[in-house]
Design a protein around this ligand. Structure first.
Ligand SMILES: Cc1ncc(COP(=O)(O)OP(=O)(O)O)c(N)n1
Ligand code: 3NM
Ligand code: MG
Length: 207
């Protein structure tokens, strides 16, 4: 029995009028540990409206609501935390702003970046991209060995990301990933997002 859980990320662009219902159906379909709001290129007022609409949907289901890229806005709007990349500002300042909230940090395929993130108090470190992805232009490639190495030495949870699907995720679960972060595997699932959540949970359990 694995402790690995699903970490859901929104598509980069959403239609807020319909997305809240889609999200509720997806979260009701199976276990989801957290939802990251990742609206690339949206102006701040649009991100705020999305937070106001989607945060209650997630939090009512005990799904942690994390904001991509902006720890200050996350702290001001009742989010449970933020996910920051290496180019997303001062991580130490973000740790202060978020107080007890969750801070996740992108570490690509770098042991050095992961140890740095752990030292400044990250709640999880994210490695990727493990597989080709069309969701973003990923510049780094990670192998499952980095998950094995990390989990053998550190207690801080790891997140695996990048092109992960129900079909290819087993080696990442077996290598010790604590969370699998996905966009396409859920939102582009051929039978819809709820089926995507069910398929990911079944694959994690079977790994
Ligand atoms: C869980 C998780 N891991 C990695 C990323 C990538 O973050 P970043 O490098 O800042 O890239 P963008 O998401 O901002 O394009 C993530 N968002 N979530
Ligand atoms: C947002 C993101 N970050 C990545 C990284 O490698 O840091 S890969 C990625 C895209 C994840 O989407 P999908 O599950 O559709 O591949
Ligand atoms: Mg970022």
């Amino acid at each position: 029995m694995t402790d690995c859980r699903l970490y859901l990320i929104t598509p980069p662009r959403i239609d807020l009028a319909t997305f809240a219902d889609d999200l509720a159906r997806a979260l009701d379909a199976g276990d989801v540990a957290c939802l990251q709001l990742r609206l690339k290129e949206a102006p701040e007022d649009e991100v705020r409206r999305a937070i106001d609409t989607l945060r209650p949907v997630a939090q009512a289901r005990d799904v942690a609501f994390l904001l991509n890229d902006n720890a200050e806005l996350a702290a001001r709007t009742g989010c449970d935390g933020a996910h920051l990349g290496q180019e997303d500002g001062d991580h130490a300042r973000a740790r202060q702003l978020l107080k007890d909230g969750t801070l996740g940090i992108t570490c690509h395929a770098s042991r050095h970046l992961a140890m740095e993130a752990g030292e400044l108090g990250a709640d999880y470190v994210a490695f990727g991209a493990f597989f080709p992805t069309t969701t973003k232009d990923a510049q780094h490639h990670a192998e499952p060995e980095i998950l094995e190495w990390w989990s053998s030495l550190f207690e801080i949870p790891s997140v695996a990301i990048g092109g992960i699907t129900a079909e290819n995720c087993a080696p990442l679960v077996r290598a010790g990933a604590d969370f699998l972060a996905v966009v396409g595997a859920v939102w582009s699932h051929r039978e819809g997002p709820a089926a995507g959540v069910r398929a990911m949970n079944a694959a994690i359990a079977a790994a």
